[in-house]
Ligand binder design. Structure first.
Ligand SMILES: *Cc1c(COP(=O)(O)O)cnc(C)c1O
Length: 403
């Protein structure tokens, strides 16, 4: 099933007093992550009136998670962020309920989690804080853009409980340890390997290569409800699931989200990935044609940096030639009558991306006409400049301004 078949009823926004949006930024949780697929929506509605034994429901989740990832077991929690905290807690306490109830008090336990410096990113919250929430400590090693194996050997000691490996466009893209090297050193030293693969389409590789736990988001590429999917070896998964009597209780996920995530996993098996890719490519070409017709604007279709089967349109703007910056074009798009949210995390470098992975019917066309209008109006009169420092602080400013 394709999320591209979704029809949007625009009156929803007006009726509820919300700002309409078109998302070409990717699966950003700050604007609702993804279009939830029909199967997940139906599953959530279906289970709503029923009482059900949670352990049974989670066993059912475990089965489909194992089937798709190749892991021994799995369970669903509130989010991938929660999955990081719970799996590190599991590595610390094992299946000892007494220890589980004491967390985040962790005296006497091994508490050090090794992470390469370039992996300590922010996905809306920080990886470091997701680790520390469990009562563990983050031990970063290497320098942000250069890591060598001896630095990991040196960082591991008798207090090391786990190594966390983050796969994301947010991590530093070069000079990092490969997963193979990271896993080899950790396992040689008897350290549990946890992978944050929240946004990765490939559900098999990391388990296949020996990861002890791998974490995915249900609400990103899978198009499920907000939830985290934790896959791994039986003992560690059980120990992570058991954290629900402790720190996991505040990361609770309900029956509807578990059942919805199960449905999203089943749907992933039969999704027509080629058809989706084709319609994404059509959108990219449509936008590319428009953008590249303007002097000083370059539009290239580029592959995803973490090798997901997804391409994006990279729009680079030469300010000398075009007279308006990439940041000002991105802002103008976000101020259209139907605001268009672009992928702008590297905007100060003079480019942004249009991500086609979450287009409902008609969205591609809205993006192309708005893009054309914004670029045309910039030709008539250069767009007002964006204060990049202010822009850099905008996510916290959003919270400060919230009423
Ligand atoms: C999105 C993301 C997260 C957070 O996922 P949630 O399920 O929203 O908590 C964590 N790590 C990475 C790499 C992500 O991309």
């Amino acid at each position: 099933m394709s999320s591209n078949t979704n029809n949007i009823d625009w009156s929803f926004y007006k009726k509820n007093g919300f700002t309409p949006l078109v998302n070409v930024s990717g699966t950003m949780t700050s604007i609702g992550a993804s279009i939830m697929i029909d199967d997940a929506q139906s599953a959530m509605r279906l289970i709503s009136p029923y009482f059900i034994k949670m352990h049974e429901l989670q066993s059912s989740a475990s089965k489909v998670i194992s089937e798709l990832t190749g892991s021994e077991a799995g369970f669903i929690t509130a989010s991938a962020g929660a999955g990081i905290t719970l799996s590190i807690a599991a590595a610390m306490t094992g299946k000892n309920p007494g220890l589980i109830e004491k967390l985040p008090y962790s005296d006497g336990l091994k508490t050090e989690v090794v992470v390469q410096s370039g992996h300590l990113c922010n996905y809306g919250g920080s990886v470091d804080q997701a680790i520390r929430l469990s009562g563990a400590k983050t031990i970063s090693f290497g320098q942000s853009t250069q890591v060598q194996d001896h630095q990991l050997y040196d960082a591991i000691n008798e207090n090391t409980v786990a190594g966390l490996y983050v796969v994301s466009h947010h991590v530093v893209e070069y000079g990092q340890m490969s997963f193979d090297s990271f896993c080899k050193v950790c396992h040689e030293k008897g350290v549990v390997v946890i992978v944050d693969a929240a946004s990765e389409y490939d559900l098999k590789t990391f388990i296949n290569k020996g990861a002890d736990i791998v974490i995915y988001s249900s609400h990103k590429f899978l198009g499920g409800p907000t939830a985290g999917i934790v896959a791994g070896s039986s003992d560690l998964i059980q120990a992570s699931y058991m954290q629900n009597i402790g720190i996991g209780r505040v990361m609770k996920v309900g029956k509807e989200s578990i059942f919805g995530a199960i449905a999203a996993l089943h749907a992933w098996k039969v999704r027509d990935h080629d058809a989706i890719r084709n319609s994404e490519t059509n959108a990219l070409k449509l936008w590319q044609k428009i953008a590249s017709s303007f002097e000083g604007v370059q539009a290239d279709i580029v592959d995803d940096s973490t090798h997901n089967p997804l391409s994006r349109l990279k729009i680079s703007i030469n300010k000398e030639l075009f007279n308006s910056s990439a940041a000002s074009v991105a802002r103008a798009l976000s101020q259209c009558e139907i605001p268009i949210i672009v992928r702008d995390h590297e905007i100060e470098l003079g480019y942004f991306y249009l991500d086609p992975c979450n287009l409902a019917n008609g969205h591609a066309e809205i993006v192309s006409s708005s893009l054309q209008n914004v670029l045309k109006s910039a030709l008539k009169k250069p767009l007002s400049e964006v204060d990049l420092d202010k822009h850099r602080n905008s996510s916290i400013q959003g919270y400060i301004d919230w009423k």
